[in-house]
Design a binder for this molecule. Structure first.
Ligand code: MLT
Ligand code: ZN
Length: 470
């Protein structure tokens, strides 16, 4: 180790708290999508908030930049260090304790490095539910979930990560600790600082622990998988469930026929629970904590009406927890199967729920006009208006040549998003992939305010450089 700072950090963190061998740091230097391959002299692995504080204090004194990293599942390169090797990676995974769970307060106090799955399990063991759910929940960590304001499958009912946090513990760029782990439902005492760090993608401070909101554990859960004739029919089906009982709709996911074909082609052990493939699919999950709520009857009644009206072509209802999981797997393997199919450009966009069908049709046509053979794979959280409008490379095109046109493709999709008053990044955040879009979409007073906040909290620009702000 040539670097005096790294020697000092090794002293603070101890032998199991720092990785410097390139073979060990390599997995922390590349993102899940393999869009970026950076380098770092060290991965710092603190085991306590005090160690995070000491590390940031040293780094600030030396002017060394730090990239916080959770499960490294970012879709936008939000947790990778730069190529020049000067940035250090701060990995929170050793800070993974459950500090407290309270079924009366409906709160869970948990450290940043615990996985989302661990949070869900801790809640379940207390007879509660932590309702955030995303495909990468076995790997993604609470610090990253909050720093990116993750959305996922249950936003339609419970909101995003931002809506599920009561308190935070944060280490600021100069090493000072903000002890904000309050679990109050009412606390009107000035600026809401926790919301400043949620969604900041680690550019303002390091979240080391959080108090999360829990909800009562559902007593009844029903999952159905439907073939539908069009995007508009999928939306029609959502409205029918929502009108019947909005409080029961826990997830409503849309999938295109092509996306499902990729899952069936690339993922082992999955089967379509319907007799025939369809042009579009919808997954509905209903859940309620109320006893004897008759959820199954409600599900069957709405589906029968939709079948009669031609809104649904065919439907399968899960009869067990295993069947529910098998249906969800068809949805959750979308990203992985697209990765195996070849190069893909992701557009994590949102439009008003009522505009989702028109958006999908118009964006598909716009992309087809841009590039012959491009394959649109729209899927995602129709119930909250967030569609992953992913574009797969034409079958016989070179992957790198396709990715070289990513801005052009994203701009084509975003032109349609803009017509509907949507957002160019609904849940994946900005990371390293999308800062270039910020001036166009969030320019003027909004971006100016963001820059002033960044400068006030991190004047030397030490935390997660190159992310979020252009
Ligand atoms: C998902 O919901 O599965 C991911 O956010 C989507 C993606 O791969 O674009
Ligand atoms: Zn998603």
């Amino acid at each position: 180790m040539s670097d005096a700072l790294i020697a000092r950090l090794a002293e603070i963190l101890g032998p199991s708290g720092i990785l410097t061998d390139p073979a060990d740091t390599a997995p922390h230097s590349e993102d899940w999508r393999r869009l970026y391959r950076g380098r770092t002299a060290a991965v710092l692995r603190p085991a306590s908030t005090e160690q995070v504080s000491a590390v940031l204090r040293e780094c600030a004194a030396a002017g060394r930049k730090v990239v916080p990293q959770g499960g490294n599942t970012s879709m936008v390169g939000g947790a990778v260090p730069d190529e020049d090797g000067s940035e250090l990676v701060l990995c929170l995974s050793r800070m993974n304790r459950i500090r407290d769970v309270d079924a009366i307060d409906l709160s869970l106090t948990i450290e940043a490095g615990a996985t989302l799955k661990a949070a869900q399990t801790a809640a379940d063991e207390a007879g509660c539910l932590f309702p955030l759910s995303i495909g990468s929940e076995g790997t993604a960590q609470i610090g990253g979930i909050l720093s990116t304001n993750a959305g996922g499958n249950n936003t339609v009912r419970y909101g995003n990560a931002r809506d599920l946090v009561l308190g935070l513990e944060v280490v600021l760029p100069d090493g000072e600790i903000w002890h904000g782990l309050r679990r109050l439902r009412k606390d009107n005492t000035g600026y809401c600082l926790r919301q400043l760090f949620v969604g900041a993608e680690g550019t303002l401070g390091i979240i080391t622990a959080a108090v999360l909101k829990l909800v009562p554990r559902p007593r009844e859960v029903e999952v159905a998988f439907c073939a539908v004739p069009s995007e508009a029919a999928a939306l029609d089906l959502f409205t029918r469930f929502h009108r019947h009982d909005p409080a029961a709709v826990q997830a409503f996911e849309y999938m295109s026929g092509l996306g499902m074909d990729f899952v069936l082609k690339h993922i082992q052990g999955v089967t379509l629970p319907l007799a025939e493939r369809a042009p579009h699919y919808a997954l509905i999950e209903l859940a309620t904590p109320r006893p004897n709520a008759g959820l199954r009857d409600a599900l069957e009644m709405v589906l029968e009406g939709a079948l009669e009206d031609g809104v649904v072509i065919d439907a399968a209802i899960a009869e067990s927890a295993a069947q529910r999981a098998a249906i969800w797997k068809l949805r959750e393997e979308h990203s992985e199967s697209q990765k195996r199919e070849g190069a893909s450009v992701k557009n994590d966009v949102s439009v008003p729920v009522s505009k989702v069908p028109q958006f999908i049709r118009e964006a598909t046509a716009a992309c087809a006009a841009l590039m012959q053979g491009i394959r649109a794979v729209p899927f995602g959280h129709m119930g909250d208006g967030n569609i992953h409008f992913n574009l797969q490379q034409p079958v016989d095109m070179d992957g790198a040549a396709f990715l070289a046109r990513d801005h052009e493709i994203m701009d084509t999709v975003c032109a349609v998003v803009r017509r509907y008053g949507g957002s160019f990044s609904a849940e994946h955040g900005i990371g390293r992939l999308k800062p270039y879009m910020m001036p166009d979409w969030r320019g003027g007073a909004e971006l100016d305010l963001m820059r002033r906040i960044k400068h006030a909290i991190d004047p030397a620009g030490l935390l997660n450089p190159g992310k979020v702000l252009p």
